[in-house]
Unconditional design. Structure first.
Length: 260
C-alpha cells in the first residue's frame, strides 16, 4: 500500500511538473568557492508574469542563466514543461541584459529579429518572404517597424531593447525569460515593453523577468521571487511582496514606497 501511495504521489508530481513552464530544484551556482545561488527550489506558474527581485549581487541573473544552461550549476535540476531545458529550448525565449551585448556588431534591425528564427531557418539559413513578414510583424508589436533597415548600433538604448524583445517574439515561445528588461530605458519604452508582456500573458505565455524597480513590482507583476543568494520567498505579489519579506531580502531599511 505504501509503495502504491508513493508511486501515485510521484505520478502526480510528474504531472504537475509537466504543466509548469519552469521547475527548479536544488539549484546551486558558485563562483570559485563563493555561492552565487544556493539550493534554490522554484516553480514558475503558467500564464503569469513573475518578477525576480533582490539586491545587487543577489544571484538574480545567475539564476536565469543557470536555469537556461548558459552557466553550469554545481548542483540542481531544471525542467521546462516537465522536460530537461536542453531539449526544450525551442519553447524558451531569452532576452539578455542590454549591457552584455556587443552593439558594434554590424547588423540591421531586421537581421537581429530574424536571428530569432534560426532554429526554423535551419543550417542553410534560407530567409523567405514569410520570415521577413513575421519579423516585421514582431517589430510592429514593439513600435520599431520603421527602423527595420537601421544599423542596430545606431539606435538608442530603449530602441535596442525593443528590438531584442522583437527577436524574442519571433521565437513564438511559451516561456519568456528577460534579464533586467527595463534597465536604462526611457518611459515610453518601458510602457511599450510592459504592454507587449501583458499581451503575451493574455495569450497564455509565461514571463519571468529580473526586475530592479521595487516601485513597479505590484503594478507590473502577478508573482514575485525574492532572492538573496538563497530564495527568501516566492508567490503571488499580494502575499509575498510584503515589507517584512522585502526587508529580509535586502537586509536593511525598506524603500519608502513599500513601507505603508
Amino acid at each position: 500500500m505504501q509503495v502504491e501511495r508513493a508511486q501515485k504521489a510521484a505520478s502526480q508530481d510528474a504531472t504537475a511538473s509537466a504543466l509548469l513552464p519552469l521547475s527548479i530544484r536544488g539549484l546551486t551556482v558558485t563562483y570559485g568557492e563563493k555561492p552565487a545561488v544556493f539550493s534554490v527550489d522554484l516553480d514558475i506558474q503558467p500564464a503569469r508574469m513573475t518578477a525576480i527581485v533582490g539586491p545587487n549581487g543577489a544571484g538574480k541573473s545567475t539564476l536565469l542563466k543557470a536555469a537556461l544552461g548558459i552557466l553550469t550549476p554545481l548542483s540542481g535540476q531544471t525542467l521546462c514543461f516537465g522536460a530537461p531545458v536542453k531539449s526544450s529550448l525551442n519553447r524558451i525565449a531569452y532576452v539578455p541584459q542590454r549591457a552584455s551585448i556587443d552593439w558594434d556588431f554590424p547588423a540591421r534591425v531586421i537581421d537581429v529579429v530574424l536571428m530569432g528564427l534560426y532554429r526554423e531557418l535551419g543550417l542553410l539559413r534560407r530567409i523567405r518572404d514569410g520570415h521577413r513578414q513575421r519579423a516585421m510583424h514582431c517589430l510592429s508589436r514593439v513600435g520599431m517597424e520603421q527602423f527595420a533597415d537601421r544599423q542596430i548600433g545606431q539606435l538608442s538604448g530603449g530602441q535596442q531593447q525593443r528590438v531584442f524583445l522583437a527577436r524574442a517574439l519571433a521565437q513564438d515561445a511559451a516561456l519568456y525569460l528577460l534579464d533586467e528588461p527595463f534597465a536604462g530605458v526611457d518611459a515610453a519604452t518601458e510602457k511599450a515593453i510592459i504592454s507587449v508582456l501583458r499581451d503575451l500573458r493574455a495569450e497564455g505565455r509565461s514571463i519571468v523577468a529580473v526586475h530592479h524597480d521595487l516601485a513597479t513590482v505590484q503594478s507590473y507583476f502577478d508573482d514575485v521571487v525574492l532572492i538573496n543568494t538563497r530564495k527568501i520567498a516566492s508567490g503571488p505579489v499580494a502575499q509575498t511582496f510584503t515589507p517584512k519579506l522585502v526587508q529580509e531580502t535586502y537586509g536593511g531599511r525598506l524603500p519608502t514606497m513599500i513601507e505603508s
